[in-house]
Design a protein around this ligand. Structure first.
Ligand code: A3P
Length: 294
């Protein structure tokens, strides 16, 4: 176990994962896939809850919240039987890498939405979640991560956190069209959703071949605003699939802003991160936006 982590971590294909996830991965590749399944794929803390709700509403054709939290449809947490119980079309959510996904996804040519966020904001949001939430496998009452921000920063840039390096994640999902003969993914930026959510709702709906009236795009964007979605999830939804956070913690809906990293990164950390980021942008210029300045 690494210092600061209270859950057992392991490695699969060189990627750090929780032991509970590495166990499940043995069966995920052979899971059944329906042709109309929609997969929402993200690195943790990229705006998954937000986008999952938007996709649910697009598929329903109206701004009505899903009954459950998104973990009800989480590929690496639910059992095969649990996911089988979901009505079609299923909006399946995952943080896994493409190489760990069910193989039938590629041949069935399911729809895939990939959401990306400024990696500095992901790092902060990830630290806040890990240090305020009790995970499957944690000793009782203990947060998943008990170390400091500075230590977490080192784990994050080394990719020594569950789901591995954010750079590796974006690169692998960005390479899917090359690996799977032009497989088409809808790429969405968290920052674009913040700036003009209606435009991103429209983009996703068109990709899913489910165009809706303009007024419905607006209603969906409004229902999924940070404030409205937080209330809906925390006060209205069935809580069966919601995992506990520390008493008084922010929960999944913490700040919902761009650029909160500036309140956490030291100048030295920011500069170190930027150097790493620049290398990644040089290697894969079309996969990254010039985020860190934002
Ligand atoms: P912060 O911790 O920066 O506030 P995920 O769903 O992938 O776990 O991502 C969680 C992050 O998305 C959190 O970021 C959360 O506040 C933010 N988020 C959730 N819903 C949002 C919304 N409707 N608008 C903007 N940000 C949202």
């Amino acid at each position: 176990m690494q210092t600061g982590w209270t859950i057992p971590l392991g490695k699969i294909d060189g990627v750090v994962e929780r032991k509970t996830v590495t166990e499940k991965l043995k069966t995920v590749k052979s899971r059944p896939v329906r042709e109309d399944d929609v997969f929402l794929c993200t690195y943790p803390k990229s705006g998954t809850h937000w986008t999952w709700e938007i996709i649910n509403m697009i598929v329903a054709g109206k701004a009505e919240y899903a009954k459950h939290w998104k973990n009800s449809a989480a590929l690496e947490y639910r059992s095969e039987e649990g996911l089988e119980e979901l009505a079609s079309p299923r909006i399946i959510q995952t943080h896994l890498l493409p190489g760990h996904m069910p193989e039938l996804l590629w041949t069935r040519r399911c729809k895939v939405v990939y959401v990306q966020r400024n990696p500095k904001d992901c790092a902060v949001s990830y630290f806040c979640q890990m240090s305020q939430q009790v995970f499957e496998g944690s000793p009782s009452e203990q947060m998943t991560y008990t170390g400091s921000w500075d230590e977490f920063f080192r784990f994050f840039i080394a990719g020594s956190v569950p789901y591995g390096s954010i750079f590796h994640h974006v690169e692998k999902w960005g390479n899917v069209p090359a690996m799977h003969k032009g497989f088409e993914i809808c790429h969405v930026q968290y920052e674009d959703m913040k700036q003009d959510c209606v435009a991103q709702v429209r983009k996703i709906a068109e990709y899913l071949d489910r165009p809706l009236p303009e007024s419905t795009y607006q209603e969906i964007a409004d229902a999924c605003s940070f404030e409205n979605l937080k209330i809906a999830c925390e006060k209205t939804k069935d809580q069966t699939f919601h995992k506990p956070w520390r008493d008084g913690a922010s929960g999944y809906f913490r700040k919902g802003q761009t650029g909160d990293w500036k309140n956490w990164f030291t100048v030295a950390q920011s500069e170190e991160f930027d150097r790493l980021y620049e290398l990644e942008m040089k290697k894969y210029p079309n996969l990254w936006m010039p985020f860190p300045e934002n």
